[in-house]
Design a protein around this ligand. Structure first.
Ligand SMILES: Cc1ncc(COP(=O)(O)O)c(C=O)c1O
Length: 394
């Protein structure tokens, strides 16, 4: 059936479904009682599923946050950036050397944030260009690195890094692997255990279609060991609210150190139930289908995509505006066609738009949204026509 109503095609925050919204509107419960611990147990178990980790029971006092693979889930009351800060501030000491290759805004943020807590070497590539793996390997081979930290799926430029190959490099050179998986976890294959990733971060409002303002980290045993060792040696970075040791102490008991984001936790847990119903791999496949359709359609229409061809993201597509068109197109698309995509950041502002293909976006919504985008471009004097938008999403 064709999609009716607004099209909301942004790369997060994404639309929340009714069960998530209903859960967000649950009458208040206490932060320390058994009801909230039940919520945490359910959330932890749902997050383990989204992170593609071994299963845990959704039951209080049954260690819902951990599983056979030894990874633990830490829920953070804050957006994805807070969770990433928690990882970097707790895991490293000021002198630890951390290599951060980047090709977009969010990778650059990892480098900038990291430089507050450790000794970052920033390998800065142009937005949308693939990393130079030879250069990274060469750097790592010189030794003396504590970690490689990356943004797995660069939402600003629509490129996904080959995390598996980077993981192998980290393994070869015995360095830790830290991942901002904020727009990859739940939307494309992420394998924390297979990749030996020490910490992977996700935000609620992206591929898992939960609320914004809540995030989570999956950490392995080595990560926990290092955080403890650094703290005991007394050369850790200053942290208080984002102290991971406090969070780890409370996790066993399905609790958080401070008053948690109670209702967002309930909403996220409901959204993760929906993810489980759909199936993680089915969601990955749907995101692929949506993104592939957008990529092929706009390429056939003569548009240029920012990201290098073989590394284009399945959860966000960055499309350059044709000559003479800017963000006034987006305003018209929103006002006249009730369709939202997102603009670009920094030096690409006004030069491109980005289409999200994450969360629970359906194929009919994307088809309808693309038809409206095409009509709106034609309002600006372009002469675009396509026989069947639907055929791109089959
Ligand atoms: C890849 C990536 N990393 C980090 C962030 C920042 O996350 P938040 O806005 O939840 O703090 C975003 C937000 O869009 C993102 O897409």
């Amino acid at each position: 059936m064709p999609h009716q109503g607004d099209c909301f095609l942004v790369p997060g925050p994404v639309r929340m479904n009714q069960s998530c919204l209903d859960a967000l509107a649950t009458p208040v419960i206490t932060a320390r009682g058994s009801e909230f611990r039940d919520v945490m147990a359910s959330l932890n178990s749902g997050l383990r599923y989204a992170f593609n980790l071994s299963p845990s029971e959704k039951i209080r006092k049954k260690q819902s946050w951990t599983g056979d693979d030894g990874y633990k889930i830490i829920v953070v009351s804050g957006s994805g950036t807070a969770a990433m800060e928690m990882v970097l501030a707790n895991r490293f000491r000021p002198n630890d050397r951390v290599l951060v290759p980047t090709n977009g805004k969010f990778g650059e943020r990892v480098a900038e944030m990291g430089s507050r807590f450790c000794n970052v070497k920033h390998l800065k590539y142009d937005w949308g260009r693939s990393f130079d793996f030879g250069e990274i390997e060469e750097q790592l081979a010189r030794g003396n690195w504590e970690a490689l930290a990356i943004c797995h799926n660069e939402t600003s430029s629509g490129i996904t890094q080959d995390a598996e190959e980077l993981a192998e490099m980290c393994h070869r050179h015995n360095v830790s692997f830290i991942i901002d998986g904020i727009t990859s976890v739940g939307g494309m294959p992420v394998h924390p255990e297979k990749w030996g990733a020490e910490a992977v971060v996700v935000g609620g409002q992206k591929c898992t279609a939960g609320p914004s303002g809540i995030a989570a980290i999956a950490v392995n045993e080595h990560f926990v060991k290092r955080c403890n060792a650094i703290r005991n040696q007394g050369d850790s970075n200053p942290v208080y609210y984002l102290d991971i040791i406090s969070a780890l102490k409370k996790g066993d008991d399905d609790q958080t150190p401070w008053t948690p984001a109670i209702n967002p936790a309930m909403g996220w847990s409901a959204a993760l139930d929906t993810l489980r119903e759909e199936g993680l791999e089915n969601r990955w496949e749907r995101c692929t289908k949506l993104a592939k359709g957008v990529r092929n359609l706009f390429t056939d229409l003569g548009f240029k995509l920012l990201a290098d061809e073989y590394f284009r993201s399945d959860t966000v597509t960055a499309i350059l505006y044709p000559e003479g068109i800017d963000d006034t197109w987006r305003t018209k698309l929103k006002d006249d066609y009730q369709t939202q995509v997102i603009g670009a950041q920094d030096h690409f502002k006004g030069k491109m738009f980005r289409v999200g293909s994450m969360g629970e976006t359906t194929i009919p919504e994307m088809v309808e949204g693309c038809k409206r985008m095409i009509s709106c471009f034609n309002d600006f004097g372009l002469d675009l026509s396509v026989e069947s938008v639907e055929s791109y999403f089959e």
